[in-house]
Design a protein. Structure first.
Length: 113
């Protein structure tokens, strides 16, 4: 079973994380699925974390790896971050690395601009 669901909106790929935990148990597989999407030419991505209740350092590391794989040829923004997950972003200062948006729509608009 895939850990992510995708759909295209304009020139943006929306990627929804399916499990409610993005942790060490699934981080490697998540990273592999995301890397494949990027290698397949998807360079403008909204990562929808609205269904994620928990993230650990492995999950955060997997998202950072996706950003590195994109490099300068694309954009990755994050939407729908819940309070507990936001705490992890703030504690690790990843809220300064990633653009975080409350909704998919706001995130997609930021990429279209």
């Amino acid at each position: 079973m895939s850990l992510i669901q995708t759909h295209a909106a304009a020139n943006v790929l929306i990627v929804k994380v399916v499990p409610n935990r993005l942790d060490a148990k699934i981080a490697v597989n998540f990273k592999e699925e995301m890397t494949k999407l990027i290698q397949d030419g998807n360079h403008t991505i909204v990562l929808d974390l609205s269904g994620v209740d928990f993230i650990d350092s492995s999950g955060l590391g997997a998202i950072v790896t996706c950003l590195k794989v994109l490099g300068r040829k694309g954009d990755l923004v994050i939407s729908g971050v819940k309070n507990d997950v936001m705490t992890m972003f703030v504690l690790t200062r990843m809220d300064r690395v990633f653009q975080l948006f409350p909704t998919i729509e706001a995130a997609a608009q930021s990429l279209a601009a």
